[in-house]
Design a binder for this molecule. Structure first.
Ligand code: G
Ligand code: G
Ligand code: MN
Ligand code: NA
Length: 255
């Protein structure tokens, strides 16, 4: 039986859960936000990572109920972090192109913020370049409406798709998440990847956007990124995806 067919029952039975990965300031080491990453505790197959089922969910349209659950669960958990730290982290949620294409996404997010009481700037939505490049006017209108609610909009995996820089001009984007691919090349100073990253940071800052580098695995990479002026980092050097309580405990312990 196809794995995708088990997604609706998995949702009903509470088999999905979220891990969170820290988004850390390169300026002062503070926890700015966390990215929500969905996992499936499958009764026969064990814990499945999203690369096993997100693609299937997108193909079948099941990403709409699954992505809706992720959004609601992330907001529900994030509200509880307000008391935990003086500067509670925002929660960053990945959106698939099919979710952004739905006209009622804006209404769904608005209702969710109202129901949970999460301040809009504590929610970030991550979309990929291909979502922007899907041609239609609709995602653009949707993203404008979402930004009008006050939520943050990040471009995920920036630099690996077809970057049409016009959307940076025309859209209410607040952050670029630069793909780990460029960070991996940060070995020697003045390597091509370092010059690309430095240029992306200049471009982003000129447009009033912040930059988070993904896939930061070493202290050396973090130091190069800080020197370049990159705002924030995500990766194993700063923390692996983990339950929210673990990440918040570390913040409190280290504060
Ligand atoms: O958790 P992991 O590090 O394996 O994430 C793998 C990929 O799955 C990432 O590219 C991430 O963007 C994607 N992903 C994780 N959670 C979600 C989700 O809730 N919705 C969507 N659309 N993609 C997700
Ligand atoms: O949405 P996105 O594709 O950016 O999701 C992040 C993915 O990258 C997840 O699958 C996560 O487990 C993975 N990841 C996070 N940090 C690192 C890292 O430092 N190195 C590598 N190789 N992968 C990472
Ligand atoms: Mn992401
Ligand atoms: Na990414």
């Amino acid at each position: 039986r196809a794995l995708s067919a088990a997604i609706p029952t998995g949702l009903e039975r509470g088999e999905f859960y979220l891990d969170y990965q820290p988004l850390t300031s390169l300026q002062d080491g503070s926890l700015l936000g966390v990215e929500a990453l969905v996992r499936w505790r499958h009764p026969q197959l064990g814990v499945l990572r999203p690369d096993r089922f997100i693609g299937l969910a997108e193909e079948t349209g099941l990403i709409v109920p699954l992505g809706g659950w992720v959004l609601a669960e992330a907001c529900r958990e994030a509200v509880g972090w307000s008391a935990a730290t003086a500067q509670p982290p925002y929660v960053s949620v990945n959106l698939a192109v099919r979710q952004v294409r739905r006209p009622d996404l804006v209404q769904e997010v608005r209702a969710l913020l109202r129901r949970t009481g999460l301040p809009p700037d504590r929610l970030q939505l991550e979309i990929t370049e291909s979502t922007m490049m899907s041609g239609a006017e609709e995602p653009i209108r949707t993203l404008r409406a979402l930004a009008d609610l006050g939520v943050r909009i990040a471009i995920d995996d920036f630099g690996t798709g077809y970057s049409n820089l016009a959307y940076l001009r025309d859209l209410p984007v607040t952050e670029l998440k630069v793909a780990g691919e460029f960070v991996r090349g940060l070995r020697a100073p003045e390597a091509a990847d370092e010059r690309i990253l430095a240029s992306l940071v200049s471009l982003a800052h000129a447009l009033n956007l912040t930059v988070t580098a993904e896939g930061v695995e070493t202290g050396g990479q973090a130091e190069r990124l800080r020197a370049i002026g990159c705002d924030a980092a995500q990766g194993w050097h700063f923390g692996r995806p983990a339950p929210a309580v673990n990440i918040l405990a570390r913040v409190k312990g280290g504060a």
